[in-house]
Design a protein around this ligand. Structure first.
Ligand code: PLP
Length: 407
C-alpha cells in the first residue's frame, strides 16, 4: 500500500520549489536555547522592539467593546481605505489614489502574495535584486513566476544598476521589482535610479512592483521616494506594497496593503482576498486606522533609536578584520561581506557555517545565501531588537568574530 506521503510526493507540487527559509530555522534554534534559560541575541529577524502606541491599543479595546468583531469587507474597512488613500496622496505623493485602489492584506507578505498572484501567468519573469529578502522570490515562484536576479554590489552602494536591469529583460519579463529601503542591505534608491527604472519599464512595457515596507525607517540624509509618485504616465503600471509592521511596530497584528489603479487587477485582488482571508482581522484594521490617523511623532524617536543601534553595530563590526559592513541608509539591517580570512580564523568553511556556529552560541544572524545566489560570502545582522540587546550583542559579535572569544 502506498503511504500517504508517497501519494503526495509522487507528482511534483508547486510548493516543493519554495523554501521554508533559513532564517526561520535559525530562529528556532535561538528560541530553543532561550527556552532553556540561556541568553540569546535576536539579530536574525527584523521585528521592531517598540511597543504599539497607546492610542492604537486603545482603538483595539474600543473596537472590541463596540462589537466590531464580525465579518468585515473583503478589501478592508472603508474608514481605513479612505485614510490610507489620503496618506498615499499626501505623504507618498501618489496622485489620484482613491479608497477603491487600496486593498488591506495580512501584512506586506500577503500583499506580495496577492500582487504576484494576480499579476503573473505561468513562467512570467520578474526582475529582483540579488540579494533580496527571501520571500520575494518565493512568492514569485508560488504564483508560477520566475525570479530573475540582478546582482547589486557594495561598489554601487547596493543600488540597482539600470543598465544591468535592462540587460536582464527577456520576452518573458513581466515586472521589475523594487524595494527601497532594501532588506537585506539597507540600500536606498535615489530618485534618479527610480526614474531610470520607470523609463526602462515604459520602454519595455513592464509593470513595476514596489515594496515600501521600510518607508519610515531611514537615516539622515536619506529620504524615501515612492516610485509611483514620480512615474508620471506610467504610475498606473506601478503596484505599491506597504506595511504597518515596521513603521508602527505592528508586526504581530498583520496589516499591510497593496495599491493599484488597474481595474483588472482590482477585480482579481477581490477574488484572491475573498478566497484566502475574506478580510483582515477587524480589530487589527481599527488599530491600523488609529495608527495612520493618530500622532506620528513616534516615527522620529524610532528613527533616532535605530540610528543609535546602527552606530553600535557599525562600530563593532568595523573593528573585525575580514568583515566589510555596509552602513545602512534605511531599514534595520547590517549587511556585511566576509573575506576568506574570517573563515580561516574561526575554522568554518562559509557564511552558512558561521551563522550556524553563532546560533549555537545564542547569536542570531542570517547567512547571505538565504537572500540570493551571488552573496554566499555575506551575512546579515538585524538590529531591530532593543538597544540594550544590540549593545550587548554587538560587543559579543565583535569579540567572537575577532577570535577573542571561542565560538
Ligand atoms: C522587504 C520586506 N517586504 C515585506 C516584508 C513583510 O512584512 P510584513 O508582512 O510584516 O508586513 C518584510 C518583512 O521583513 C520585508 O523585509
Amino acid at each position: 500500500m502506498t503511504s500517504p506521503n508517497e501519494t503526495l510526493t509522487a507528482t511534483p507540487h508547486r510548493l516543493d520549489k519554495v523554501s521554508l527559509g533559513k532564517i526561520v530555522q535559525i530562529r528556532e534554534i535561538l528560541l530553543r536555547t532561550q527556552a532553556k534559560g540561556a541568553r540569546v541575541i535576536r539579530f536574525e529577524s527584523g521585528d521592531p522592539s517598540f511597543s504599539v502606541a497607546p492610542h492604537v491599543l486603545k482603538a483595539i479595546a474600543e473596537a472590541g467593546a463596540a462589537g466590531k468583531t464580525h465579518y468585515v469587507p473583503n478589501d478592508g474597512i472603508p474608514e481605513l481605505r479612505r485614510a490610507l488613500a489620503e496618506k498615499l496622496r499626501t505623504k507618498n505623493g501618489i496622485a489620484d489614489i482613491l479608497p477603491r485602489d487600496v486593498f488591506l492584506t495580512n501584512g506586506a507578505m500577503h500583499a506580495l502574495y496577492v500582487t504576484f498572484g494576480t499579476l503573473l501567468n505561468a513562467d512570467d519573469e520578474v526582475i529582483i535584486p540579488d540579494p533580496m529578502w527571501t520571500e520575494v522570490a518565493e512568492n514569485i515562484r508560488l504564483s508560477g513566476g520566475v525570479p530573475v536576479r540582478v546582482p547589486v554590489d557594495a561598489g554601487s552602494d547596493y543600488t540597482y544598476d539600470p543598465e544591468a536591469v535592462e540587460r536582464a529583460i527577456t520576452p518573458a519579463t513581466r515586472a521589475i521589482f523594487v524595494n527601497s529601503p532594501h532588506n537585506p542591505t539597507g540600500a536606498v534608491l535615489s530618485r534618479e535610479t527610480l526614474e531610470a527604472l520607470v523609463a526602462i519599464a515604459r520602454e519595455h512595457d513592464l509593470w513595476i512592483v514596489s515594496d515600501e515596507a521600510y518607508e519610515d525607517v531611514l537615516y539622515e540624509p536619506y529620504t524615501h521616494t515612492s516610485i509611483a509618485s514620480i512615474a508620471g504616465d506610467w504610475a498606473d503600471r506601478v503596484i505599491s506594497v506597504f506595511s504597518f509592521s515596521k513603521s508602527h511596530a505592528m508586526s504581530g497584528l498583520r496589516v499591510g496593503y497593496v495599491v493599484t489603479k488597474s481595474a483588472v487587477l482590482q477585480e482579481r485582488i477581490q477574488k484572491l482576498l475573498r478566497c484566502t482571508i475574506n478580510g483582515v482581522n477587524s480589530l487589527a484594521q481599527w488599530a491600523a486606522l488609529a495608527a495612520v490617523t493618530g500622532p506620528q511623532d513616534h516615527l522620529q524617536s524610532m528613527r533616532a533609536e535605530y540610528a543609535v543601534r546602527r552606530g553600535l553595530m557599525m562600530d563593532a563590526l568595523s573593528q573585525v578584520p575580514g568583515v566589510r559592513p555596509f552602513n545602512p541608509r534605511g531599514a534595520f539591517y547590517v549587511w556585511a561581506e566576509l573575506e576568506p580570512s574570517i573563515y580561516e580564523r574561526l575554522g568554518v568553511n562559509n557564511a552558512d557555517e558561521l551563522s550556524a556556529r553563532l546560533a549555537a552560541n545564542g547569536i542570531g544572524s542570517a547567512p547571505g545565501d538565504a537572500f540570493g545566489e551571488q552573496c554566499a560570502d555575506a551575512i546579515r545582522f538585524a538590529f531591530s531588537c532593543d538597544t540594550e540587546m544590540v549593545r550587548t550583542g554587538a560587543e559579543l559579535l565583535r569579540s567572537a568574530l575577532s577570535g577573542e572569544e571561542a565560538l
